[in-house]
Design a protein around this ligand. Structure first.
Ligand SMILES: [Zn+2]
Ligand SMILES: [Zn+2]
Length: 361
């Protein structure tokens, strides 16, 4: 990313932490009179609006695989004797409740339109979004007016180029949901990540228990009444009790390994994301604020360097210097305050994100 590009002219999709690409920018008018015919895109309403994303398919497929593996294959292996009944019932209830909860919050986080209030109330989603023309406007959002959405937006709104609209309390654009995460759906997004992480952890515990029992005492896994009709010890029944499917030991072990590897990969990703968001909540930061911090610090240092000679001369007023003392403010205020102080005077501009240093997931 060129360092001399103004902060405000960069696209939110550059801080897309849920995906790989971080280089997209808002469409700009060509500087050299070469007119490019680009279809004007529509604003997306939510995570179900086209184009759908491959990450979205991966997340739903993984959830389905985990659900089927847990309830169809491995929970029926748990011993049914009375001494384990309480544990098994607890596991089933916990997993069932958690799965239902995850399904609901995942659906809500994807389906909510996170757009800013005025965008939802005044903007016509069926109308194409104008192309950003830098020769007409210095920034996409100026004085809290978005030149693309053509409405006044709230203070913390940012224009997401993936969704092509302003999102209130912008946090980040999530490719797993295929939707922006903002103030309207952040809680559902967080609950979706937390419930998925806990669910995957329970699946891993069940898998470990089944594997250890298979090595130590396989009979404990064959307590379903249907096993009385099976004499061969290397035959196992999947999808009990409704649709018993007999398979041999290597098939069960292979499924176990595949699901366990998938569970580990999911848990690492979800756990990392969950810890990151716990950190952000504790620090009162959004993902956007966090991603902007390195730039703020860089700009702060360069601004302080520029000011040093002035300070020595005693020309710097107390009021002006306090604008740069952002490290003593709350983190959310820090980023907003410094960025505003770093913008040209009179601009009062709603800025759009620069590229991050490293994606947190
Ligand atoms: Zn906008
Ligand atoms: Zn978005």
């Amino acid at each position: 990313m060129p360092r001399d590009r103004p902060l405000c002219a960069l696209s939110i999709s550059q801080i897309n932490i849920c995906g790989v690409s971080r280089n997209r920018v808002l469409p700009e008018a060509q500087a050299n009179n070469v007119k490019k015919i680009v279809p004007r895109p529509l604003s997306r309403v939510n995570g179900w609006s086209p184009p759908l994303h491959s990450f979205q398919a991966i997340s739903w497929t993984t959830s389905l695989v985990m659900f089927v593996a847990a309830f169809g294959i491995f929970i029926p292996f748990l011993p049914r004797s009375w001494k384990y009944a309480a544990y098994v019932v607890s596991f089933v209830l916990l997993m069932g409740g958690l799965s239902l909860f995850h399904l609901i919050v995942h659906l809500v986080a994807t389906t909510i339109d996170p757009a800013d209030t005025n965008v939802r109330l005044k903007k016509d989603y069926s109308e194409p979004v104008p192309t950003f023309d830098r020769s007409k406007h210095a920034h996409v959002i100026q004085n809290q007016y978005c030149n693309l959405c053509e409405v006044t937006v709230s203070k913390k709104a940012k224009h997401c180029s993936s969704c092509n609209k302003c999102v209130s309390g912008f946090d980040h654009h999530c490719k797993w949901l295929n939707n922006c995460v903002g103030s309207r759906n952040y809680r559902f997004f967080f609950c979706s990540v937390a419930s998925a992480a806990v669910g995957v952890l329970i699946v891993m515990v069940i898998l470990l228990y089944v594997f250890i029992q298979y090595l130590v005492n396989p009979d404990e896994l064959r307590t379903d009444p249907l096993y009385k009709e099976i004499s061969a010890e290397n035959i196992w029944l999947l999808f009990l009790p409704l649709w018993p499917v007999p398979v041999k030991t290597p098939v069960v072990l292979s499924i176990m390994v595949v699901v366990f590897l998938l569970a580990i990969a999911s848990f690492v990703l979800l756990g990392h994301l969950l810890i990151f968001h716990f950190y952000l909540i504790a620090k009162n930061l959004s993902t956007f604020d966090y991603m902007m911090q390195p730039r703020f610090q860089r700009n702060s240092h360069s601004a302080e360097k520029k000011e040093l000679p002035l300070r020595k001369k005693g020309n710097l007023s107390q009021e002006k210097s306090s604008n740069l003392n952002w490290s003593q403010c709350s983190p959310r205020m820090e980023s907003q305050k410094f960025l505003l102080s770093a913008l040209p005077p009179k601009s009062n501009t709603g800025f759009i994100a620069p590229a991050p240093k490293t994606p947190p997931q």
